[in-house]
Structures are given as C-alpha cells and as structure tokens.
Design a protein around this ligand. Structure first.
Ligand code: EPU
Length: 298
C-alpha cells in the first residue's frame, strides 16, 4: 500500500481514506506523522495536555475507521530506523514489513519468509502477531520497545512477556502502550530455501482478493474451522451492502468495490457474525480493528 509521506507538524481535517488499505473513513480532526521516539513522546504529551483522544496508526492495513472520522489526533507511526546487526535487526515501528522481508532475503537471513505478501508496518505486525497458518512474527522476535502514553515512559518487553499467541499480544490488551521498535532474531540460510518458502507464501495469498481494497481477513479463524469456510457455508459470499461486498473470492474478506462506506462494511460484519452464530453456534472474533464512532467534543 502507498502511504503518503507528510512533513512534520499537525494537520487539520485529514481524510483517513488514503491512509487505509480499505480506502474507507472520514476525517481525522488532527493528524500527525512522527519519525522518532522523542517526537512521539512530545506529540502524545501535547495531545494529552489538550485532552484529545489519540489513535495510533501504522500501515492502516487492518483497520476500519468510521465515516464520521476520528475526533482527536491520529498519529501515524513513521519511525523508520533500521539497523542490521549480524543476524539481528532492530527496526522502528513504522518500517514496512515488506521492506524487512525483502531485505532479510537479500542478506540471506531466514525467519521472515512468512511475511511475503503481507502488507503493513512492523508495529502493526507485532501488535497483531502477524503470520500465516504455520508461522508467526513472535517466533522470530527478541524484544519490543513501547511508550506508555499515560506515564510517558518507555518500556521493554522480552518476547516471553508479550503474551503472544495466534493474532494476539499484550499490546492488544494494553492500548496505552505504543510500540516504537522491535528486535527480530533471524538465521543465516541458503538463499534458494528462503526464496522457495517466500514463493509458497505468495502463492497462498493468490486465493485472496487482492484486486479490491480490503483490510485482509476480517475474522480470526475459530477452532471449529477456518472463518472463510464457515462464512462460505452460510451462503453470504458475494453479499453486498452498497459498495461493500463479502468477497466472491474469499469469504473472510470484505472488499470495497469503490466508494464503500464504513457503515456498509459494518452492516456486513454484523450480518456475517449473526449468520455464523446462527448456523454453527460460533461467535467469530474480529481480526480487523473497528474504530467505534465517538461523540464529537466541542
Ligand atoms: N475457504 C472456503 N471458502 C472461502 C475461503 C476459504 O471454503 O471463501 C476454505 C479454504 O478452502 C480452506 C480454508 O477455508 O480450506 C482456509 O482458507 P485459506 O487457505 O484461504 O486460509 P485462511 O485460514 O482463510 C489464513 C490467514 C491469512 C493467511 C493465510 C495463508 C487467518 C484469519 N487468515 O487464511 O491471513 O494469509 O492463512 O497463510 O488466520 C490475515 O490475517 O489478514 C490473513 C490474510
């Protein structure tokens, strides 16, 4: 996904559409892109002083903003430092995952092949413990640094303290913690082997609807069966509300056919949840972040 780069400072009334892979969402009352930990701390402190709600945005590839937008400050994480130290890499939360995957390949380092074809930033990938069916980011993670936006102090988490499991981490449970960087531990390996693994992952994603804007899998896979299979069996594939559609290609994706509204996507999400519950007795858990509408502050 292309993320527009802006200069420092806050902007007013910024459309969130172009910052999300769904291409959906109203305007952020304020918007700021931060490039360093110090800058992030300053911006957070300023927003707290002004009593503004804060929303931390990474690559915007897993998110549904409301049509009304966000009534506070959206901070886009552009912390882009990358340091390769032998088989370790220390990278800022804003570094695109595809960049790290490709750079690791070039350096003959194995451990990120699962990320081939996965969009988004490192920070988002850590928070959601991104991965495939077989492999997750946390398996190659050493530690994470994060800013506590209430106490305005930085803290380091070793992987074993991160409560990582399938698409889950402590950072989803502690929304005050803003991931600022991570250390990944990779392994030197044969280039052919790395590339073969990457190709398999790219191929697995061909089943997915990459031709329309979306936010990836809408739901986590429950233990009964993959969400895509369950939704498919409810007959909702292809179901449309306005310009939002349950993908014909993969039932666990909702696609934006062009100009879809957030409310239309939400209607489909609710319908899918109700149908799967009704038919299989399973409550689907959302993988995408649905930002709730907030009352506008005067
Ligand atoms: N299926 C259907 N109908 C559909 C879609 C899928 O019957 O419309 C069936 C497939 O035939 C297959 C099963 O459901 O038997 C699983 O489908 P698929 O192989 O496409 O994998 P998935 O479980 O839907 C998971 C991850 C993806 C990841 C792929 C490949 C989740 C929720 N999804 O998809 O991750 O790319 O494996 O590793 O864990 C994401 O998290 O955003 C994401 C795209």
């Amino acid at each position: 996904m292309y993320v527009q780069i802006m200069t420092k400072g806050w902007k007013k009334n910024v459309s969130l559409k172009k910052f999300t892979s769904f291409q959906i969402g109203g305007k952020a009352r304020f918007f700021s892109q931060v490039f360093s930990e110090e800058e992030l701390k300053e911006v957070v402190a300023e927003a707290r002083e002004k009593n503004l709600p804060i929303f931390i945005l990474g690559g915007g590839t897993n998110i549904l903003f409301p049509d009304q937008g966000f009534p506070g400050l959206v901070i886009q994480m552009a912390l882009g430092d990358v340091q390769w130290l032998s088989s370790r890499v220390v990278a800022g939360a804003g570094v695109p995952l595809p960049f790290l995957v490709e750079e690791a390949r070039k350096r003959g380092l194995s451990g990120l092949e699962w990320g081939a074809g996965i969009p988004g930033t490192l920070g988002g990938a850590v928070r959601g413990n991104a991965g495939t069916k077989q492999e997750f980011l946390s398996q190659h993670l050493e530690k994470v640094k994060a800013l506590d936006q209430e106490k305005l102090i930085f803290r380091e988490y070793l992987t074993q303290d991160g409560k990582f499991s399938y698409r889950q981490s402590i950072f989803k449970q502690l929304p005050q913690m803003i991931i600022t960087s991570a250390v990944l531990k990779l392994e030197p390996a044969n280039l052919e082997k790395i590339e073969k693994k990457m190709t398999l992952n790219f191929q697995a994603r061909r089943k997915q609807p990459l031709d329309f804007p979306s936010a990836g899998s809408v739901f986590k896979n429950p233990s009964l069966a993959p969400a895509g299979q369950l939704i498919d069996q409810t007959g909702l594939k292809g179901k449309r509300t306005g310009k939002a559609q349950v993908s014909l290609r993969h039932a666990n994706f909702i696609v934006n056919l062009g100009g879809a509204r957030s409310a239309q996507v939400l209607t489909l999400i609710h319908e899918v949840e109700a149908s799967v519950k009704d038919k299989f007795g399973v409550s689907l858990e959302r993988e995408i972040v649905v930002v709730e509408e907030k009352e506008k502050k005067p």
